[in-house]
Design a protein around this ligand. Structure first.
Ligand code: ATP
Length: 356
């Protein structure tokens, strides 16, 4: 699809020790980040980690209490939102209820005194890009949630912003629509050459959409990397937990050799895994539920557990089991199991991450 709408490209947006405090609460603790033109960056973390604060600081809706933001070397953190000209898409859409779809989309252009013919052409195109041709004369209340979100996206991109900021834009949609809109957002980002910063608490959404993830915790950046890097090589236990390592088995460190560590549980089960941090004494062995295989033989890196709960998930089962020492274990498997079964589970050495 050809389009006249496109993002205005910059080379680099730089956050330099960006800090934001609310009284005694420091919501963002000196964030450093460089965003390149054309990138899709996701800010990821649980509620309260500071991701919306970071986005609002970028947008200009919140003044910084420390640090600076520069766009291609020019300081912008002292500019009001309208002077930055970034496009914004929020969770609650924030549409004008008394304006039609077309007028909502064209509002920013008319505020900028865009000539009538150009305004019409750009609104036409934005309407087409988000596939709202049939609904363009309706009012927001006459639209579904997904359609309203499309209006919000069209309103942001019609201004050809250098940066599009999205704050949990899909969280009010049902599961199927969320997947559809997710693909739509990525398609628009790519085809229009946008630069996008996207806030989400949903690990899967961030992995699917972004070129780079920024994982936040309590206002601090934990890890920045490609989806592959963050997924496969989480730097600490917190990021691992967020990336699907649901099992955090308490262990003691027996020995360490090169990149591997040998550990044991308090009832003597031995595991060998990849050492992700400097280790002393107590540690945790992190394992994803899908990395266990049900086996019949006792062998290396094998745990014995008793099945407690089995959930049917179509192709596989989600199983809650318990180790002999009482620790719970989450497993995903396509072996058919039943509550009360005693099972042996094997996990490859490379799939056990050991954190201090
Ligand atoms: P959520 O997904 O729930 O919006 P978040 O990761 O976006 O979470 P923020 O909204 O950025 O988190 O909040 C980060 C911290 O700053 C929280 O501890 C929050 O309570 C605090 N905070 C945010 N806004 C304000 C405010 N206006 N006044 C006081 N504290 C605030």
């Amino acid at each position: 699809m050809t389009s006249h709408i496109s993002g205005q490209r910059f080379a680099e947006l730089h956050l330099d020790h960006v800090q934001r405090a609310f009284g005694d609460t420091v919501a963002l603790k000196g964030m450093d980040l460089t965003i390149k033109g054309g990138e899709f960056v996701a800010l990821l973390g649980p509620s309260g980690c500071g991701k919306s604060t970071a986005l609002n600081c970028l947008a200009g809706l919140l003044p910084l209490t420390g640090g600076r933001i520069t766009l291609d070397g020019k300081r912008i953190d002292d500019l009001p939102p309208e002077k930055r000209g970034f496009g914004m898409v929020f969770q609650n859409y924030a549409l004008f209820p008394h304006m039609s779809v077309r007028r909502n989309i064209g509002f920013g252009l008319s505020m900028r005194k865009t000539p009538k013919a150009e305004l019409k052409r750009r609104v036409d195109e934005a309407v087409r890009l988000v596939q709202l041709e049939e609904h363009q004369h309706k009012f927001p209340a006459q639209l579904s949630g997904g359609q309203q979100q499309r209006v919000a996206i069209a309103r942001a991109i019609v201004l050809e912003p250098p940066l599009v900021l999205m704050d949990e834009p899909l969280s009010n949609l049902d599961a199927a629509l969320r997947l559809e809109m997710r693909t739509e957002i990525r398609r628009l980002h790519q085809s229009l050459g946008l630069t996008t910063v996207y806030v989400t608490h949903d690990q899967e959404e961030a992995l699917a959409l972004a070129d780079r993830l920024v994982v936040l915790r309590l206002g601090e950046v934990q890890q920045v990397g490609s989806p592959e890097e963050v997924y496969a090589h989480p730097v600490n236990q917190y990021v691992a937990g967020f990336m699907g390592y649901r099992n955090m088995i308490p262990v003691d460190v027996t020995s360490q050799e090169g990149e591997h560590a040998t550990v044991h549980t308090d009832d003597g089960i031995k595991l060998v895994g990849v050492k992700r941090e400097e280790l002393t004494g107590q540690a945790v062995a992190a394992v994803r539920p899908e990395d266990f295989t049900v086996v019949s033989e006792v062998g290396e890196n094998t745990l014995e557990a008793v099945v407690e709960i089995v959930e049917y998930h179509g192709r596989e089962q989600a199983v809650e089991a318990r180790l002999r020492n009482g620790s719970p274990l989450h497993i995903r498997t396509n072996s058919r199991l039943a509550p009360g079964d005693t099972i042996r589970l094997k996990v490859p050495v490379e799939r056990v991450l050991v954190f201090s």
